[in-house]
Design a protein around this ligand. Structure first.
Ligand code: ATR
Length: 254
């Protein structure tokens, strides 16, 4: 849809590989005139090590989801996951730049790491990061020591927190939240965002949020489309429209 909209002659398809053949697959693709690639989990860190140049953001995140073949045939590694989330939050008016929002970010893996700096830089929000394993949360937060906007606490202490969050983002791969997060977090004004996505029905996180009274929620399908649009921008120099693609995936009429 991006190619049709922009009139760019481009084909995009998926390639299945594994950790043994990942390097070879990538080399083969670019030797056969591939112009750019998206890299999905679990190869984003691997991809970073194969690129000749890395953008500042991808290097901070420690993962590459977009590779661009430069005119000199060298490979540039970038990461559009963070801007993908910001773009989706922006489309749905989830956060406001003028208000210092309180965000609870759940998870300390690659998905969480990719969105911390973009959230703070775009919204100057206060982020509390929690994780199943407190050590993982502490390690991640310590990478961003300079940021006053980011802190962590053991998940058990969440129940005692008096702070009412504006946004909770699930960046874990957990499939059950009942024994993990206190439902006292949920209130009617809270926006619940799941970085996991599915085309139909609610994800496990959104199901849990709704069961406890959440009224505002989104899964990560919009983030997926948005990160793809920003990858397209890196390859072709044009940012295509995100909403028509999202509507089509959700089978809504435009
Ligand atoms: P990704 O790169 O997609 O973020 P990851 O690096 O494996 O994947 O991170 C997965 C995240 O989900 C981690 O924060 C992990 O918590 P731990 O650091 O404690 O492992 C979290 N996670 C995975 N399964 C979980 C579960 N069943 N309950 C709670 N958190 C879980």
């Amino acid at each position: 849809m991006f190619a049709i909209e922009t009139g760019i002659n481009s084909s995009y398809s998926s390639i299945l590989t594994n950790s043994v053949f990942f390097n070879q697959t990538l080399q083969h693709f670019f030797h056969r005139n591939g112009r750019g690639a998206n890299i999905t989990a679990p190869f984003k860190v691997h991809a970073l090590n194969l690129c000749d140049h890395i953008t500042k953001h991808a290097s901070l995140v420690g993962a590459v989801n977009t590779i661009v073949k430069l005119p000199n045939n060298l490979l540039l590694g970038a990461n559009t996951d963070g801007i993908g989330l910001i773009s989706d939050l922006h489309h749905f008016y989830v956060l406001h730049k003028k208000i210092k929002s309180r965000v609870l970010l759940v998870g300390a893996g690659g998905a969480a790491r990719g969105v911390i700096a973009p959230l703070i830089h775009n919204y100057n929000c206060n982020i509390i990061l929690v994780n199943r394993t407190f050590l993982g949360a502490k390690k991640l937060v310590s990478c961003y020591k300079y940021m006053e906007n980011l802190s962590t606490l053991p998940i058990e202490q969440l129940q005692l927190e008096k702070v009412k969050f504006d946004l909770i983002i699930n960046a874990t791969s957990a499939d059950n939240f009942s024994n993990f997060l206190p439902y006292s977090l949920i209130h009617e004004q809270l926006f619940c965002y799941d970085m996991c996505y599915q085309q139909e029905g609610d994800t496990a996180f959104i199901t849990w949020c709704r069961q406890h009274g959440a009224k505002k929620y989104l899964n990560g399908l919009g983030m997926l489309v948005s990160q793809a649009a920003y990858s397209f921008l890196l390859w072709h120099g044009i940012l295509p429209s995100i909403i028509p693609v999202l509507n089509k995936l959700l089978k809504r009429t435009i």
